[in-house]
Design a protein around this ligand. Sequence first.
Ligand code: C2E
Ligand code: CA
Ligand code: CA
Length: 809
Amino acid sequence: MYVFLMSLILSFIPFILLGFLAIEILLRHPNHPLHRLTMVLIVLLALIFLSDFLTQSLDFPIASQINPITAYVLSFTELTLLIYFFTILSRIKISGILLHMVAVVPLSGIVLMFLEPDVFHVSLIQGDYWRVELHSVSFDTMFMVIACYSLAYLLMTIIFGYRKLKLNRAYLREQQMMLTMVRGGIVASIWLIVAFLLGNVLPENPIVPLNNLPSYAGLILACTLRVAMNKYEFLAAAEQRYKLIFSLSSGGIALVNAAGIAVESNPAFRELAGEDDEQRDIDIFELFSEDSKVRYMYLFEQGFLQKSLPQNMQIQIINRKGVQYTVEVNSDFLEMEGEVHCYLLIRDITQQQKDEARLLELAYTDSLTGLANRYQFNLRLEEALERSRIYNHRVVVMQMDLDHFKWINDTMGHSAGDLLLINVARLIRQHAPENSLVARMGGDEFSLLVELPTDEDADAPAEMASHILRGFAKQIALREKYYHVSCSIGVCTAPLDGGDPETLLRNADTAMYAAKQMGRNQYQLFNETLKSTAEQYLMMQQGLETALENEEFSLVYQPQVDSETGNMIGAEALLRWHSAELGFVSPQDFIPIAEQSGMIRLIGEWVMQEAAEQAVRWMNEGYFTDMQMSVNVSASQLTDPYFAHKVETVLKQTGLPPQMLCLEFTESAAIREDEQIMALCNEIVKMGVTLAVDDFGTGYSSMRTVTSFPFHFIKIDRSLVYDIDRNPRNEAVVRSVLELAEQLGMKVLAEGVETQQHVHQLLQLGCHYIQGYYYSRPMKTADFKKWVDDRALELKRLEVVEDIRIAGQ
Ligand code: C2E
Ligand code: CA
Ligand code: CA
């Protein structure tokens, strides 16, 4: 009874447990080969325990028929299976034939047992307490050799496998699992050897059947597997993870054989290849265009021979649906079942390449006009200069700047300005030499670069510039209206005018400014004299920016006199600039610059305010009664939409009666955008302010302006006055102006009157309002007051003399 109970506990229960374990393992992944193998392993173990149980519990004749032969057949088979199992689990690389050779060794025990039963003898006898196995020494030796061989192999695979995994941090779970297996394997091995030795050495005892003990090595192993399985999901865990990565990866992964067929591929790869059918194999060479196919086939073939392909290859592919991709390809070669395969990793970089190309384009081109930008221009200029040094040719650099672009931008808005720039870019491109580079350098500034062979005509640069200017002769359409736009061009040529980009661009700029100063809509070739002029210009421009806040401006006043009565009728306020850096600068020089930079608006406002304050001061002191203060107004002030309001504010703030203020501006300022300016003039006249047309008789004088604008005064320019006594033509002009003015009820004032002769002549013609050096140069306030006092005295003296003369008669 005890024997039965003991074997029930020692053998039957483990059999049941192992049976459950086998089912559990199988149920986990029924289709997985490794799980099936494990299951077979455990079933065999269970059978060993079952046979142990039956050995003790069946009738002796039957038991001795089955065992111990059955138990050892099972054990040797188990060892063979263990060799397969651990080789697969540890993933050590070993060829198939070698593995079979290694694994088959334990089976030789069975062969020996059956072939030489007398030598390798094993039988069952009824001992004192238990049924005991009886082995021959040869059998024991054979068994020990096979057991040690198998255990040594198992330990080796586990240790190798563990070492391999240890090198890679990604396999941390697998590492820990292997460690568990190593421990379990070692314990089981020790147990097996010890139990086997004990069974042979110790005498039979009534407590445990020593023959059954070695089987527990299998139980230890089975338990270890169970723990490893539960804790680390040891079977298929890694593989499942790779499956997941494989199918979820956004990069295409494919295993390709030497014929170029993707025997395995993930969804991303199939999508790139345009293949919807999961079952169909993909021929990777179908993805190449006809002309590149042969090249890649050769490359692939070579890759297979050398087992390596270049990494990070960028390749164009066209898939089955005709979609084009640029992909980056990485690869590795591995042997599977004796056949070399290429592992391809491909990444779609189509968008990335597009983005990169766009970035490059952005870096090199001007987004508004599509022309080259400053960066590209400088690069290309540098390259061109490099070539010119080698081939000895010339490089022409042009700077082009639109005339009055600021005005268009200010009055019509920036979007109109942008549209104009686009049109201008096209126009320049059309009229530029074919092999030239045109760039927009920013704002309304364009540059051109062209390389000239040495035998090219010396006048070629000038001709190119004038050809572009001729292009501007046509009007440019802008929002259904046509505008006349002109530009000023500065031209310089390397190596004569400079050898590096910076100097060339600066000199072309200088020439361009000169072109502007000479009246715009023209080109200038660079020369050294232009340079100093330009430098002066630049200095003035910079100086003007701070002149107001540094209080470098002042006003001088030039009296206007009625030559008939000798009475002063008013004064013109004239601006003076005493620059800290440049000294005294003539308004003829700095006013055009202030106009160009837009500074004139602020300066003009200051002049009006200052002149009005002065007029009020003199009025209060009794110097300036019944007179007018004339202030010059420039064209850009007239386009200021707040100008009328500003005039009103000055009058209010200073308390100057409106009729004491006269605003002078030239007719050329008025004809531009005349409708608006007409409205402005009417508004100002309504306030009671007087308007005068300045410099009449210069430039394109047009009677139309004079007659259509509400001018009170015509100021005849001094160029008509200075030789009026000698030049009949000028005399005739002055005469007709006077006639016209009389008809229109306007007054006429002559400027630049220097001599008694001028005064006489003008008086004879009917012009008695005079301004000029004859009476006085423009004066500072103190001199002006003294002049007025002196003049009063003089008039008094003349009166007295006259009185005496009359009394004497
Ligand atoms: P403008 O308005 O024609 O001013 C008259 C110019 O003629 C003044 O030159 C004056 O000094 C000069 N002048 C007067 N009498 C004679 C004479 O008998 N003989 C000669 N040869 N010249 C005479 P200035 O002060 O150098 O001013 C030159 C120009 O600068 C002015 O011509 C005007 O167009 C501009 N300007 C002066 N001040 C202002 C200002 O406050 N605002 C604006 N926008 N322009 C101004
Ligand atoms: Ca004037
Ligand atoms: Ca004038």
